[in-house]
Design a protein around this ligand. Structure first.
Ligand SMILES: [Fe+2]
Length: 346
């Protein structure tokens, strides 16, 4: 049974009811929930095990075709944000499966997207007429308002993580979407053109940026992994995150995507990280190795292809058994552009 309202609240209620009819409300009743001393996110720590997701992805592959679904994806919904199609307050995550021979038809939208390849090889993403064949650990960008389609000419299912800024774009009411006339784009047959033009810390001399998104849209894992291995051999590591690289736009040196910050890090064998927290809720994907994340009294044990989330301003510590490699993403570019981002070490 609800407890009775105190006398003062009873006295004020008729006033609240009166102004409510004109779509007004007293700030003093909600102020302390709105402006809090520290971030008060409903987002919760959680880990999605690959071994749980994989059979369900295969089952989805039998349930509906990629063409009918348009994108056959199992959304990773944060347990504190169920029904809201998001993994953090600001970002979306889903596991997409493309079966052999399938095509996910071409479309474009104002939401920016990234693919992080988790299983299989030989499937492709085509972005604005350029096609890349993807392998496990590759990071691929679909910039805002660029046509993109996916296909799998290989003989095995392929799975990648889709990450998009859907909740951010929804917040700003700036979403547009358009289907392409054809399911598949006409693409250049010249492989790796994008990597040749922008992937060698060089650019074509005539190139003029037309957006904030990196013109390099394919970051192969092989290169990233080599860089981390060299860092492990020759560089000091950070006490919280080991050896960590940020994906950048090679033309500007800024973030690879304007709304989603992306990273890859190596935790050397036996790493026991110091406590860390930041205001950007961070989504991690384990690429190699095993380890754990201590957060909020829980221990999230991770292995290859597991996904876990560390919410805003919640302190956590990372540990590895052997060498472990983690991909991660967050809304850090947005927070930094707005002078909102904070971090705390130790
Ligand atoms: Fe899309």
């Amino acid at each position: 049974m609800a407890s009775p309202l105190p006398a003062a609240a009873l006295e004020r209620q008729p006033f609240y009811d009166k102004i409510s009819k004109a779509n007004m409300t007293p700030l003093w009743e909600v102020l302390h929930g709105l402006i809090t001393a520290t971030p008060n996110t409903p987002c919760l720590p959680y880990l999605w095990k690959w071994e749980t997701a994989w059979p369900w992805l295969l089952e989805a592959g039998q349930l509906i075709t990629a063409k009918e679904a348009e994108r056959r994806v199992l959304v990773l919904e944060n347990p504190g944000l169920r029904g809201r199609t998001r993994i953090t307050h600001s970002l979306y995550a889903g596991l997409q499966i493309i079966m052999p021979g399938e095509v996910a038809p071409s479309h474009r939208h104002s939401q920016s997207a990234l693919r992080f390849v988790m299983q299989g090889h030989g499937a492709y993403t085509a972005v604005d007429g350029e096609k890349v064949t993807m392998s496990v650990g590759d990071f691929v960008i679909t910039p805002s308002w660029t046509f993109h389609d996916h296909g799998n000419p290989s003989d095995e299912p392929m799975v990648w993580l889709d990450a998009l800024d859907v909740p951010l774009v929804e917040l700003l009411d700036a979403q547009f979407m358009e289907k392409d006339a054809a399911d598949s784009q006409t693409t250049s047959e010249a492989a790796n053109t994008n990597l040749a033009r922008f992937g060698n810390t060089m650019k074509p001399v005539e190139y003029k940026p037309s957006s904030r998104t990196s013109p390099l849209f394919w970051y192969p894992y092989e290169r990233t992994r080599d860089a981390l291995e060299t860092m492990k051999a020759h560089s000091d590591m950070h006490v919280c995150w080991g050896h960590k690289l940020q994906y950048t736009n090679p033309v500007t040196g800024d973030w690879a995507m304007p709304t989603i910050g992306t990273f890859m890090q190596l935790l050397p064998a036996g790493f026991k990280g110091a406590a860390y927290r930041s205001t950007d809720s961070m989504v991690y994907v384990c690429v190699e190795g095993t380890g754990r994340c201590h957060i909020g009294g829980q221990t999230l044990e991770f292995g290859p292809r597991d996904v876990f989330i560390c919410p805003s301003w919640e302190s956590y510590r990372l540990e590895s058994d052997g060498d472990a490699v983690l991909f991660s993403y967050s809304d850090r570019p947005v927070q930094q552009a707005l002078d909102l981002w904070r971090e705390s070490i130790g």
